[in-house]
Design a binder for this molecule. Structure first.
Ligand code: G1P
Length: 288
């Protein structure tokens, strides 16, 4: 049994990079073939052994709650039409976990969104999974971080290497490699220019945090883009207790920007047994 039992998934951002698609639906509901992005994230939490999940939403995000809720009328219809596979898939979804919701009142940044989790998380370490990021890996990414946490007992930030010219899209860390994939962090900086970036190791949207983060968030002033940045709060927390980084095994897909979204969609479609071969043929003919 891990010491980490709860997962928090912030899904409260505006999704302005996807307008007009995100005018009335959250970016976390954009599908990758036939599954909304946030479903992959919830499934990662469950595959990591976390069944208590808090999703932080905002106004205009009701469809996330509906998606994970039971739809009795649709289930009756599928049963009547003999669509057993579809029915089983829907039931599995509504039975997946104990999912709770809370709304961020104003879009003041990721750090601010996390404040709303304090009451639910209480005095426990918890996993934080960004709702617009999918990680494909052999062992679920969050599970990898939980393993390190259970050994180290300190906050762990999932890291990935990014190309140097893309560091300004991420939180970037500097730290000492302790062993294998584990770093002791010296510093963190949110979206630096390539010239100011202390490394190419980016915060990859997966974290295990101790509850001390909530005190640090309260002391965090607006940073990059005038928002309360989680990266800045972790930086403050690091003055009180050590924070580690773990370069996780796996491939991260960022659904938060158009190009990566389209590439992820194509990759996942190609990997499907049912439609993959036809998609491949179609792409080949388009590229000829
Ligand atoms: C957030 C975090 C950033 C992290 C990134 C990963 O930024 O603030 O530190 O590297 O997620 O996707 P956002 O993408 O929400 O701007």
């Amino acid at each position: 049994m891990s010491l980490v039992r709860k997962a928090v998934i912030p899904a409260a951002g505006f999704g302005t990079r996807f307008l007009p698609a995100t005018k009335s639906q959250p970016k976390e509901m954009l599908p990758i073939v036939d599954r909304p992005t946030i479903q992959f994230v919830v499934e990662e939490a469950i595959a990591s052994g976390l069944h208590d999940i808090l999703i932080i939403t905002s106004s205009e995000k009701r469809s996330i709650e509906d998606h994970f809720d039971k739809n009795a009328e649709l289930e009756r219809r599928l049963a009547k039409d003999g669509k057993d596979a579809e029915l089983a898939a829907l039931r599995r979804l509504s039975d997946l976990a104990n999912i709770h919701y809370i709304r961020q009142k104003e879009p003041l940044g990721l750090g601010d969104a996390l404040r709303y989790a304090r009451q639910h998380v209480e005095d426990e370490p918890f996993a934080l999974l960004l709702g617009d990021t999918i990680v494909q890996s052999h062992e679920p990414c969050t599970r990898q971080l939980m393993r390190v946490f259970d050994f180290q007992g300190r906050s762990i930030i999932g890291l990935e290497k990014v190309p140097h010219d893309k560091v300004d899209r991420y939180g970037i860390i500097s730290g000492k490699l302790i062993n294998g994939r584990l770093y002791l962090l010296d510093d963190l900086i949110e979206k630096p220019t390539p010239a100011k970036a202390p490394s190419d190791l980016a915060i990859g949207g997966r974290y295990i945090l101790t509850p001390r983060i909530f005190e640090s968030i309260e002391k965090t002033t607006p940073g990059k883009n005038g928002e309360i940045q989680l990266t800045d709060a972790i930086r403050l927390m690091k003055n009180k207790e050590p924070v580690y980084g773990y370069h996780f095994e796996g491939v991260r897909h960022d659904i938060g920007n158009r190009l990566d979204y389209v590439c992820t969609f194509i990759e996942f479609a190609l990997a499907r047994e049912d439609i993959g071969p036809a998609v491949r043929e179609h792409l080949k003919s388009l590229l000829k």
